[in-house]
Design a protein around this ligand. Structure first.
Ligand code: TEU
Ligand code: CA
Length: 541
């Protein structure tokens, strides 16, 4: 198998720009702030940064509503700063991956401003319109952030379609002119030296609203192949599509090794395990451990040699993993390392979301501290629908996107060293114990565990090449697997809970070399300690 693409042994770090580092003390992170932290990132060892959107935007959805794809929002800096970031990151051997939001634009984009002027306007057809009568939308489709997916424009007596907020009108991919505009824009960024792209909700672009189809539309893969041919294939880029609707079958199309579509996708099967069919993410239910193992094992196995996995626990839309599958109280350090060791031993490209390398946790604020449009709209809607405020807050504390969006915790000084001003969203009060400057110095920190895992991936080819076999599939506490290629074996054993189960893999492990673990005294007892994780390696003769 040829696994020689640079991004197959790379580790990618996601930055959420407004929460990373504020250089000019206006309370919002920015590009100069990122530049000032490149030494920190190089020390961690990552190879690329995926930057959530920094384009010009009214910030209705924190930049996922773009009003100019070829400019930077003044809040983050200038186009010159962006060019400096690309160049400076390059000196640290770090590539910059831009976030492409191609399913929709902002309603303040000049295309939409023109489009809504008249049905004859040349830009009208850049968006998805349907005739109708005021108050009688074309169908019942709902938007992800609440309300109808159709918005009435009285001036032209038509509805436009939006899968997200009313300020995020859907682009019409059926129109070849729209696709061409997109390709030109992407090629313009490629010429600036970016290292790749993350494609926001790429599985929604081929929507067919008349058939009430949004995900995986009929023309989806035709569109992606054209996009790839016209842009990405001309350079040595990494591309990752966000695809909530991906199955392993579809992922093999998206990440076909023939390079006809993308490098890989983000799929969410391992993330949505506590979401009951037909319910919303806010309706809480327990996390099924055996199912987690089954899902990872299936994705590892199905894509082996036929596609490529992305590996992630966290992003800017998800609650913090240590508060989800780990223990963010007494066993925070142990469990955060365990989750890291589990994920980073698998085949695929690992992604680290800012603060994950410190074991940053969820927050539990009062509603007035929340900023996220999805959270705020849901709060309003559920109150109106008679939910108890207490239950709504419970859902928010568990699932709000703002859990991931609190400022990066750099040190134990004012506002965690993020800003001198009032931050746009409150800092997690636990920054005195959880912060980067403390962890960089401490060789037993979560940070240094991530750093070591990144190093191991570079040093041992089996991380990239090896196949995957799940062990102890029915065990209620232990997640264990073995990876194997022609040269070596890699064994990962993780105790997922605070119990002390017996470890039936002791014999196998005893002939192998311990690469990394999350306890300092390594006496290899027959039982695993709370959240204990160990990774072993052995050469084949
Ligand atoms: O998210 C896609 C998406 O479907 C989200 O609405 C997701 O369902 C939700 O965040 C889960 O709580 C992408 C971006 O990652 C997100 O930040 C944007 O808000 C969204 O697209 C619209 O661009
Ligand atoms: Ca700033």
């Amino acid at each position: 198998m040829s696994n020689n693409k640079w991004w197959k042994s790379a580790v990618i770090y996601q930055i959420y720009p407004r929460s990373f580092a504020d250089s000019n003390n206006d309370g919002i992170g920015d590009l100069q702030g990122m530049i000032s932290k490149l030494d920190y990132l190089e020390n961690l060892g990552i190879n690329a940064i995926w930057l959530s959107p920094v384009y010009k935007s009214p910030q209705d959805d924190n930049g996922y509503d773009i009003s100019d794809y070829r400019d930077i929002d003044p809040m983050f800096g200038t186009l010159g700063d962006m060019e400096r970031l690309i160049a400076e990151a390059g000196k640290h051997n770090i590539r910059i991956i831009m976030d492409l939001v191609l399913n929709h634009s902002s309603d303040e984009h000049h295309w939409f401003q023109e489009a809504k002027k008249s049905r004859e306007n040349p830009y009208h057809d850049y968006y998805v319109w349907r005739d109708g009568k005021e108050g009688v939308p074309p169908n019942e489709m709902r938007a992800a952030f609440g309300g109808s997916a159709w918005e009435w424009v009285p001036e032209i007596q038509q509805y436009y379609f939006h899968q997200f907020s009313v300020k995020q009108p859907d682009l019409n991919w059926e129109n070849p002119k729209v696709r061409q505009e997109i390709y030109d824009m992407i090629n313009w960024w490629i010429a600036k030296g970016v290292g790749g792209f993350r494609l926001d909700v790429i599985d929604l672009v081929a929507k067919e609203p008349d058939r009430q189809i949004t995900t995986n539309g009929t023309r989806l893969h035709e569109f992606i192949r054209e996009l790839s041919r016209e842009t990405f294939q001309k350079a040595d880029l990494v591309t990752v599509g966000e695809a909530w609707g991906a199955t392993t079958q579809l992922a093999k199309l998206y990440s076909n090794p023939d390079n006809s579509e993308l490098s890989m996708v983000f799929q969410f099967e391992h993330i949505c395990l506590d979401q009951v069919e037909g319910k919303e993410k806010w309706d809480l239910s327990p996390l099924p451990f055996l199912k987690l193992k089954e899902v990872f094992a299936r994705w590892q196995k199905e894509l082996y040699g036929k596609g490529w996995n992305s590996l992630f626990w966290d992003n800017h839309d998800l609650p913090r993993i240590v508060s989800r599958w780990g223990d963010d109280g007494k066993n925070r350090t142990k469990s955060a390392k365990m989750l890291a060791i589990l994920l980073h031993g698998m085949q695929g490209t690992p992604y680290i979301y800012q603060g994950e390398e410190l074991g940053m946790t969820n927050v539990a604020y009062g509603i007035e501290e929340y900023r996220d449009i999805e959270t705020l709209n849901m709060y309003k809607e559920r109150l109106e629908n008679g939910y108890k405020e207490e239950d709504i807050m419970k859902s928010i504390h568990a699932k709000s996107r703002d859990n991931a969006r609190t400022p990066m915790q750099w040190n134990d000084g004012k506002n965690a060293g993020f800003t001198d001003a009032v931050p746009w969203i409150k800092v997690n009060p636990n920054y005195k114990e959880i912060n980067a400057s403390q962890q960089v110095e401490d060789e037993n920190s979560i940070f240094n565990c991530y750093k070591k895992l990144i190093r191991l991936r570079k040093d041992y080819p089996v991380f990239v090449e090896g196949d995957f076999k799940l062990l102890l599939a029915e065990d209620e506490n232990i997640f264990a697997y073995i990876r194997e290629d022609e040269e070596a074996q890699l064994l990962v054993i993780c105790n997922f809970y605070g119990q002390t189960p017996e470890c039936p893999l002791e014999d196998m492990a005893s002939s192998m070399e311990l690469l990394i673990c999350n306890y300092e005294d390594i006496e290899q007892p027959a039982t695993l300690r709370p959240y204990e994780a160990r990774m072993y390696w052995k050469a084949k003769k």
